[in-house]
Write a protein that binds this ligand. Structure first.
Ligand SMILES: Nc1ncnc2c1ncn2[C@@H]1O[C@H](COP(=O)(O)OP(=O)(O)OP(=O)(O)O)[C@@H](O)[C@H]1O
Ligand SMILES: [Mg+2]
Length: 277
């Protein structure tokens, strides 16, 4: 296991001083892993991500990023290490054009003009938005905004990337594009990736899953193990994907020997079974 890059200890947060959005949460995230935070609406996932980048200040508890305990003095320093794509891309736009917007974060980090241009082109191309360079962000669809926000975060080249439901507004193809992009980042091997979702079919692809409920971590583990805990998932308000349910039944009946998440893989294995018979 790699070194710990984010450590959270007994963290509490409340928006209204009555209910706890994050409630005694402790967890660790390891360097260069792709970890997926899974949880129902309102379980505290976005709040946690805002606490990690110091956008919200905890009531109590410790956030440690890259060896530094987050405080008022080092919050800007720490934000250089953590890029975030917010759940609602509308809250993220600052530029009057797509180009300005992707450039903005880099300008803050005083990246040279030539290098900026290279990165703008590279990352807008990666999210398939290069033809929208001069468009005004408010003219874009939700999914297009999400893509631009992703390009902006990638352009900053931070060690840690948080994607908060970054595929929620995309169509299936767009979703697959972004998931492939995350896979590519993962295989490049130098980033720590935190993706937040309630989509189990996205979570299965990660190295590890952290399940949240009511502001706490209720379980962490390998995707294949977590996905078999149907009771836990149902209790956390998450839907077990149909393919997983079906393959669980087929596995119980000794027809297949493992669980499948992708429908195509399950179908292939059933064909093989059919031929073996
Ligand atoms: N700006 C806010 N003001 C007041 N309460 C809030 C605010 N943002 C979130 N909350 C509350 O805090 C709790 C945790 O919300 P949070 O947005 O962190 O959950 P989440 O897991 O990200 O949910 P979702 O899957 O819907 O994005 C919820 O009860 C929510 O209603
Ligand atoms: Mg959220």
């Amino acid at each position: 296991m790699n070194n710990t890059i984010i450590k959270i200890e007994d963290l509490y947060y409340s928006y209204d001083n009555k209910t706890l959005a994050v409630n005694k949460l402790s967890t660790e995230i390891y360097e260069k892993e792709w970890v997926c935070i899974l949880g129902h609406n309102g379980s505290g996932k976005s709040t946690l991500s805002k606490l990690i980048i110091g956008l919200l200040a905890p009531l109590k508890g410790i956030v440690e990023v890259n060896g530094k305990v987050l405080n008022e003095e080092n919050v800007y320093d720490i934000r250089k290490d953590v890029g975030i794509v917010f759940q609602n891309p509308d809250n993220q736009f600052v530029g009057t054009t797509v180009l300005d917007d992707v450039a903005f974060g880099m300008e803050n980090q005083q990246i040279e003009r030539e290098e900026m241009k290279i990165r703008i082109n590279k990352f807008l191309h990666k999210v398939k938005m290069e033809q929208f360079l001069d468009s005004e962000p408010h003219m874009l669809s939700g999914g297009q905004k999400q893509r631009v926000a992703i390009a902006g975060a990638l352009a900053l080249d931070s060690k840690i990337l948080i994607f908060d439901e970054s595929t929620s507004m995309l169509d299936p193809q767009g979703r697959e594009d972004i998931i492939n992009l995350i896979k590519e980042l993962k295989s490049d091997g130098d980033k720590t990736i935190i993706s937040i979702t309630h989509d189990l079919s996205e979570a299965i692809l990660a190295d590890r899953i952290i399940v949240m409920k009511n502001g706490r971590v209720v379980k962490t583990g390998l995707p294949i193990d977590i996905l078999q805990e149907e009771e836990l998932l149902v209790d956390c308000g998450l839907d077990v994907p149909m393919t997983v349910k079906l393959s669980q039944k087929l596995k119980d009946a000794n027809i297949i020997d493992k669980l499948y998440v992708k429908q195509e893989d399950l179908v292939n294995s059933l064909w093989e079974y059919n031929l073996r018979k």
